[in-house]
Design a protein around this ligand. Structure first.
Ligand code: 8OZ
Length: 375
């Protein structure tokens, strides 16, 4: 049986192990531009087989949280180049997660845009993060407006442009964020999509925008440099679908011919319980639907994994395991998982916003401590 620590060819990449750093929002990019500390942060974690950046806005309209980065302006591309250079110098492989928040936003975060956009004008009962002098404040999201049919090609074009910008910035590829109740997930699911046009109603219609985006990105940069993140049943950001099993099996069958590098699946509730009795989902059946349609991408699993669960997942047919929160507090998580060393305590108060504290100052096993770390 393969081990988590064995290398794996995934799409265009030779990954040195089967552990990915999951995307983690950190709100440290003022003006949507990553800072020098962000290069340090990712380079510190380059022992992961694959680093997936924090969700990164494809356009101004795609922004929904304070101080999250973008990939739609030249200064953002230039700043990301310093990050990818640092990661590559440290021997890492890094993709960026392309994000449009849809209705999960606040008018104050999109000056000049009017209301946030969504498939339908239904507000999400969820909060976004605003920052007051670096201190997070959780605020209700704004009521969105429904996108007109003739606006959708522009959104697909924004994704395509951002994928090109990612390669210009030196990324090894991109992950399409189609999870966690953001725009593409809003189109997929009945709880947020009440459209009566070609993008709403039957499963084939609700999946259309996601599949157009995936097609445009793979046309632009190749399937072998493209992954996608899905969360079939998460309640994150007030999202729900009446019948997720056939929806996601359809999506996966349609993605199969695109030759994606990987499919990244959040099992259960994002950052919460893996088992949701009220929202059952058969992940093995979804993977089988993808494989039987010819999908050869790596199957990446995520949510609450431990070393033991990860080993079991590989035995059960997963190819990659993504760890999220443990990577915040453990830059050398690989080494700790391999040796069974204890994990550093994780300081939740520094997850969203701030500077180096709780970001680049967590100690490694060998390099000891940095000032103010891991309190
Ligand atoms: C936590 C805080 C803000 C955003 C996601 C991009 O859930 C996020 C996110 C997570 O995918």
């Amino acid at each position: 049986m393969p081990s988590l620590f064995d290398p794996l060819r995934v799409g265009a990449w030779h990954l040195k192990n089967r552990i990915a750093m999951a995307p983690l929002t950190r709100n440290r990019a003022p003006g949507a531009v990553p800072q020098a500390i962000t290069a340090t942060y990712y380079a510190q974690r380059a022992s992961a087989g694959l680093l997936i950046t924090e969700a990164t806005a494809i356009s101004h309209q795609a922004q929904g949280y304070a101080d999250v980065p973008g990939l739609y302006a030249p200064e953002q591309v230039a700043a990301w180049r310093t990050v990818t250079d640092a990661v590559h110098a440290a021997g890492g492989c890094i993709v960026t997660q392309l994000w449009h928040v849809g209705r999960v936003s606040h008018t104050s975060l999109q000056p000049g845009e009017g209301a946030p956009v969504a498939p339908s004008a239904i507000a999400a009962k969820t909060k976004t993060v605003l920052l007051d002098n670096g201190v997070p404040r959780f605020e209700d999201t704004s009521v969105p407006r429904a996108l007109a049919l003739d606006e959708l090609p522009g959104i697909v074009a924004d994704y395509r442009r951002a994928a090109r910008a990612a390669l210009d910035a030196g990324f090894d590829g991109v992950e399409i964020h189609a999870a966690n109740g953001y725009l593409l997930d809003q189109f997929l699911k009945t709880g947020a999509n009440q459209r009566a046009d070609a993008y709403g109603g039957p499963i084939e219609h609700r999946a259309r925008l996601l599949l157009e985006v995936a097609q445009a990105i793979t046309d632009e940069i190749g399937g072998s440099r493209t992954g996608i993140r899905l969360s079939p049943v998460t309640p994150a950001n007030d999202i729900a679908d009446a019948d997720p099993q056939p929806l996601f099996e359809h999506v996966l069958r349609c993605l199969a011919p695109l030759g994606l590098a990987y499919v990244h699946v959040i099992e259960g509730s994002t950052g919460g319980p893996r088992d949701l009795p009220e929202r059952p989902f058969d992940y093995a059946a979804a993977q089988a639907a993808y494989r039987s349609a010819g999908g050869q991408g790596a199957w990446m699993v995520n949510n609450g994994y431990t070393r033991e669960l990860a080993d079991a997942a590989l035995t059960d047919g997963a190819d990659l395991v993504a760890f999220g929160r443990p990577f915040i507090a453990n830059p050398d998580l690989l080494e700790r998982l391999r040796t069974g060393a204890p994990l550093n305590p994780n300081d939740r108060s520094t997850w969203y916003g701030g500077g180096e504290r709780g970001y680049t100052d967590y100690p490694t096993l060998t390099a000891g401590h940095a000032a103010g770390s891991a309190a």
